[in-house]
Design a protein around this ligand. Structure first.
Ligand code: ADP
Length: 359
């Protein structure tokens, strides 16, 4: 080719890269002129595929070995770090589903799985706590239903005996027994009302029907309804309630005022006094019930919003209650995004303030 380079390999017609690469033909070479002892030659070159393949085989074998080794390492890693904790989480979940809450995962690590295990442990703690609360709740409800029922049964037995003995009736005593029976029935009825309200508040049913209403009228109505109880205990009541409209659920808020005024009467001394006041601030309206009653110690104050909690002084005294009143009050207050504050001195009196947001 007159000393020019022959580019057969470059110009070789190939259907695919591989077949072109493998074709062992002269036209698939590079040809260069070569001078040797004053003679001109042409040298044609192409790669030695066999030699290349030998090297490739070694390379492939090495790659295969390495990938098997890496796979084994990965399997060990995945089993130890992923499968095991997930398996113990699955076991824990199954055990909770079967009702066994005594599960504590022993997974101590700082990654997402560790976080999941920590949340799982927190969840089981919460479940245990609510299980305990549910049991306590059942015990309290059963006890609170049982005790008036046994009183009612006891006094009706006495009345029945009195009638069947055909003795001259002791009207005074009989009247007293009937009065106790009536009181206990009222207590049961109040308890069931409270339980129903508590359960619907707890289930967050669509219970809140907010509207604007006249607070002054409502508070005065509740005070009027309690007048006979106030008279019975000879308690003086004074109120300063300016004309105020509030936005909220009238019925539920009435439950709050009724409970707070009820407590101010129940836990007051005979001949004591109560002051009800309402004040309108910039963004809140606060309603306060102050009494001159037995008061609440700071230890008791921490617990009075717990369901069924009754301070010792209330348990031992003849004051009847379920311990659900303030729990319900707090639930309604929270539903209204309102606040409640209690200020009390044992032996001197208690002041309970509810602040309702104006908007
Ligand atoms: P109860 O049905 O016992 O009144 P509450 O939930 O209304 O239940 O109140 C819980 C406890 O808080 C009461 O048992 C009582 O000891 C205490 N308490 C509530 N209000 C007053 C108050 N105005 N003065 C003194 N103690 C109070």
């Amino acid at each position: 080719m007159n000393n020019e380079i022959y580019h057969g390999m470059k110009n070789f017609q190939r259907e695919t890269f591989v077949t072109g690469f493998f074709a062992n033909e002269l036209s698939n070479t590079i040809g260069v002129p070569l001078e040797h002892e004053n003679n001109m030659y042409a040298m044609f070159l192409r790669p030695d595929i066999k030699l290349l393949f030998n090297e490739m085989r070694v390379l492939f074998a090495l790659l295969l070995g390495l990938s098997i080794f890496i796979s084994i390492l990965l399997v060990i890693f995945i089993t130890k770090f992923l499968v095991k904790p997930i398996a113990s989480l699955t076991k824990g979940t199954k055990s909770i589903a079967d009702g066994n809450l005594e599960v504590n995962l022993d997974i101590d690590r700082n990654d997402e799985l560790g976080e999941l295990a920590e949340s799982f442990n927190k969840m089981t703690d919460k479940l245990k706590h609510s299980e305990k609360m549910r049991n306590d709740f059942m015990n309290n409800v059963s006890h609170d239903i049982q005790s008036p029922l046994s009183n009612i049964k006891g006094y009706t037995d006495i009345l029945e005996n009195n009638i069947s003995n055909k003795k001259a009736p002791d009207q005074q005593a009989n009247r007293e027994y009937l009065h106790i029976i009536k009181e206990e029935t009222e207590r049961l009825s109040q308890l069931t009302d409270q339980l129903l309200l508590f359960s619907s508040l707890k289930n967050q049913e669509d219970i809140l029907h907010k509207d604007q209403f006249n607070l002054t009228g409502e508070l005065k109505k509740i005070i009027r309804n309690k007048q006979w109880k106030l008279d019975e205990k000879e308690i003086m009541i004074s109120y300063s309630i300016p004309e105020i409209n509030v936005i909220g659920d009238e019925n539920l808020l009435n439950e709050v005022w009724d409970n707070l005024l009820g407590n101010a009467i129940k836990y007051n001394q005979p001949g004591g006094s109560i002051e009800v006041s309402a004040e309108e601030g910039d963004s809140f309206i606060s309603i306060t019930f102050s009494d001159t009653g037995i008061g609440i110690s700071s230890e008791e104050k921490k617990r009075i919003f717990e369901r069924f909690y009754r301070a010792d002084s209330s348990r031992t005294s003849r004051v009847k209650g379920s311990g659900l009143g303030l729990t319900i009050v707090l639930m309604i207050v929270e539903l209204h995004h309102a606040g409640i504050e209690i200020d009390s001195k044992p032996g001197e009196g208690t002041s309970v303030s509810v602040s309702l947001p104006k908007k």
